[in-house]
Design a protein around this ligand. Sequence first.
Ligand code: HEC
Ligand code: HEC
Ligand code: HEC
Length: 126
Amino acid sequence: MIMARRLTAFLFSMFFAAAVHAADNSPVPHLDIGKGGQCVEPDHTLMRKTHMNLLKHQRDETMRKGIRGQKYSLAECVECHAGQKTNSVLGSNEAFCQGCHAYAAVKLDCFECHANKRKVTAEASK
Ligand code: HEC
Ligand code: HEC
Ligand code: HEC
């Protein structure tokens, strides 16, 4: 009897913890992070805040100075972050780039020109 009550109390506390967590607006949406491995920067919180600057800087380096194949290449992001099943960073609110941007209400035009799919499948499905 005491055990059952403890269990009930425990389940209740879990429920409230979950409810509070859901009401907090800082957590991120549920994202398919893709292949895994080591991001271009090891600090993911920092990545979340600065990835746009890294990408824009890399783009400027490439467009103005012709520097290619660098660390912050957009194609590299897609290689890792494309969904395991979809092979894409777009297409649903679980897709890595689209999911978080939908959540943050950010719109991107990058993928009108850049590939949103992992190269492996793009080649395999030719
Ligand atoms: C070698 C694989 C790899 C590459 C290349 C890579 N990432 Fe990552 N990235 C990861 C992993 C793994 C995580 C950690 C995901 C997790 O556990 O939440 C991560 C985390 C992130 C996060 C934070 C996600 C969050 O939930 O807060 C962002 C944003 C991000 N990456 C963007 C990029 C961008 C933009 C590029 C290209 C410039 C890139 N990544 C390149 C593997 C990679
Ligand atoms: C109108 C088409 C177009 C749009 C839209 C566009 N790009 Fe690009 N981008 C290019 C072209 C073309 C290059 C040069 C490719 C090369 O010479 O290697 C390039 C190069 C880059 C590079 C350096 C090369 C690489 O693969 O990393 C980055 C980074 C990049 N773009 C990021 C972005 C981001 C981020 C956005 C969205 C904010 C974006 N681009 C939108 C056409 C576009
Ligand atoms: C965990 C959340 C998250 C993930 C994942 C994420 N982004 Fe972002 N991204 C943001 C937020 C938030 C902003 C807006 C930041 C701001 O306005 O200061 C943003 C902005 C950007 C911008 C600048 C847009 C503009 O018009 O200035 C680019 C480019 C960008 N993200 C590229 C990417 C790419 C490419 C991926 C996938 C590889 C990605 N992001 C994944 C959260 C994320």
